[in-house]
Design a protein around this ligand. Structure first.
Ligand code: PLP
Length: 405
């Protein structure tokens, strides 16, 4: 196996933008900036927002989609639409980004941390079911790293116990579970179009998907501070002046979670090529993992046949015990000698001060701990050329050889 010359390596690091705009997409931003009557939405939405929502509904196969300014906002809306109250319980993985949890924790509920499956690294009906009680109001299923969780058994549990299922699809837009798009299976789906995601809407953005049309209406009434169109015809449109302010959902104050019109226009174009973006990411993943197939100490996420992965990230568990090595030895070597800026993700949330302060430090999650304590996440983005993937695999092989020595 070729040895990499480590004297003058160009560092390879995770970029701040995962998918760059095409020239056409840049032109689309200019078109909206120059021609739009407004760059923001009104009570009936906006031309670009409405078009993106309708495309998203068609793309995912959900009942309705509501564009928002982040996935966190979509999760906040899911939590509100679920009707959470203090004393309720919400089950979710601890091995996820903080935004999966805070929108639910905010409602004074008890968070119960579910473990991840050892092979797929996402939650499953097996890891969720021991935590279900008669107080369980919702389960947040995170399709982490871009891999859909096994949804059918989770939906069967939900039907049996009567809780809502929220799919956190921030990392998995376009991913398939049994030929169904994520975000069209649970009661709610939430998507992120933030700069680090497979598709983006100029830095920030998100989408809520719902299966019940009434939830779509309620989410829109919430989204723009309760501004809503008047029912029926008014003799003079300025009497009374301004918009109609509604109570969006009984007992709820509204919020401002709106997406801008240029953002929605770009999102619409990127959605049109999301399948191609994800296909390229799968190609990169296959090439990288094939390049490391002689190194079983690196365990990649198992992809069940029923799933199509969106490969938002390229993460693996390093098992170096037989060589007397730890993940941190590999991290140090790979960053300092081989100039691959790998990172470690997702600190189990029960270990974070924020969640400990609110009393959520207790968790029986051995696989989440094992994975987090031994994981390594490689630099990753859309459109990585083959020679860069090969270079990254070669540097990783050399680092693993050093670790074996
Ligand atoms: C799993 C997960 N959920 C939610 C979010 C929040 O997304 P946003 O930044 O759009 O609010 C992220 C963002 O990284 C995420 O990875």
């Amino acid at each position: 196996m070729a040895t990499v010359n480590t004297t003058a390596l160009t560092p390879i690091a995770m970029p701040g933008v995962q998918t760059r705009l095409t020239d056409q997409e840049e032109q689309e931003v200019l078109r909206v900036l120059r021609n739009a009557n407004s760059l923001a939405i009104g009570p009936t939405g906006g031309i670009e927002n409405n078009a993106l929502e309708s495309d998203f509904t068609q793309f995912t196969g959900c009942a309705d989609s509501v564009a928002v300014n982040s996935c966190t906002s979509a999760l906040e809306l899911s939590a509100i639409l679920t009707g959470l109250a203090p004393g309720d319980e919400v089950i979710m993985p601890a091995h996820t980004y903080v935004a999966s949890a805070v929108p639910f924790a905010r409602h004074g509920v008890t968070i119960r941390w579910a473990d991840i499956d050892a092979e797929t690294r996402v939650v499953s009906a097996e890891t969720i079911s021991p935590l279900v009680s008669d107080r369980t109001k919702a389960v947040v299923v995170v399709h982490l790293y871009g891999l859909p969780a096994d949804m059918d058994p989770i939906m069967a549990l939900a039907a049996k116990h009567g809780f809502k299922v929220v799919e956190d699809c921030a990392q998995a837009p376009g991913a398939l579970y049994k030929d169904r798009r994520v975000g069209s299976i649970g009661d709610f789906g939430s998507f992120s179009f933030q700069t680090h995601k497979n598709m983006q809407t100029l830095g920030e953005g998100g989408m809520l998907t719902v299966q019940n049309m009434e939830h779509g209406v309620q989410a829109r009434r919430m989204r723009w501070m309760g501004n809503w169109t008047f029912d029926g015809k008014r003799e003079k449109d300025w009497v009374p002046s301004g918009c109609n302010l509604v109570e969006p959902i009984p007992g709820q104050w509204p919020v401002n979670y709106c997406m801008g019109e240029p953002n929605a226009a770009v999102g619409r174009m990127m959605l049109g090529r999301l399948d191609a973006i994800n296909a390229q990411r799968r190609h990169q993943a296959t090439r990288f993992m094939n390049g490391l197939s002689d190194y079983p100490e690196l365990h990649f996420q198992h992809v069940p046949e029923s799933c199509q992965h969106a490969y938002h990230l390229m993460a693996a568990r390093y098992d170096g015990q037989q060589y007397g090595r730890q993940r941190d030895d590999l991290m140090t070597l790979i960053r300092e000698k081989y100039q691959l800026t790998c990172i470690v993700q997702y600190w189990p949330l029960n270990r974070a001060e924020l969640f400990q302060k609110f009393g959520f430090s207790s968790a029986d999650i051995p696989e989440s701990n094992r994975f987090y304590d031994n994981m390594i996440s490689f630099p990753w983005w859309s459109d990585m050329p083959d020679d860069l993937i090969d270079e990254m695999a070669a540097r990783t092989r050399n680092a693993l050889d050093d670790m074996r020595a």
